[in-house]
Write a protein that binds this ligand. Structure first.
Ligand SMILES: [Zn+2]
Length: 162
């Protein structure tokens, strides 16, 4: 497990997500002001590394189109198509990083991060129980200190494992 951490500026993050444009739409549009390590994309989905990872291999999956309700803005067929991508990405992540368990969840709200997306968060082995689950996803105490080269290599490994 990479234990090096760097500080996470929660106030700046909250300001950005509540007042800025939709970051996922900006990534889809290729806006250079929103650089991300994209792992995969197809006509429906885009997959990229979490830019502020509390865990190594933490990946996000989103529809390319701006949809907000996790179930209600999709037909069942569209939803299941996205879940198929999530399944493949979770298995690819498991092949690349050691994971005792892969957490999959959708968060966000209408106030921030409204573009629906799924978190694929691999829990490394050996994390004490009280530091698992939601505690493992906390960023207030810092995020992993990964260089752009580290992130790029990680994205390439997950892409190759897909
Ligand atoms: Zn959007």
């Amino acid at each position: 497990m990479t234990s090096k951490t760097k500080p996470f500026d929660m106030d700046a993050y909250v300001t950005r997500i509540t007042t800025g444009p939709c970051f996922i739409c900006q990534i889809v549009a290729g806006n250079p002001a929103y650089p991300h390590h994209i792992i995969y994309q197809d006509e429906q989905a885009i997959v990229f590394l979490n830019a502020y990872p509390p865990l190594i291999g933490y990946t996000l999956v989103a529809p390319r189109q701006h949809r907000e309700q996790v179930t209600g803005d999709f037909t069942q067929a569209e939803y299941l198509q996205l879940q198929a991508v999530i399944y493949r990405v979770a298995e690819a992540v498991r092949r690349v990083v050691p994971a005792e368990r892969v957490y999959i969840l959708s968060l966000g709200s209408q106030q921030g991060n409204s573009h629906v997306h799924w978190h694929i968060a691999p829990l490394p082995p050996g994390v004490p129980f009280h530091r698992q689950q939601l505690a493992a996803l906390q960023v207030e105490d810092g995020i992993l200190d990964l260089s752009e080269a580290d992130m790029s290599a990680l994205a390439a490994q997950i892409r190759a494992a897909l």
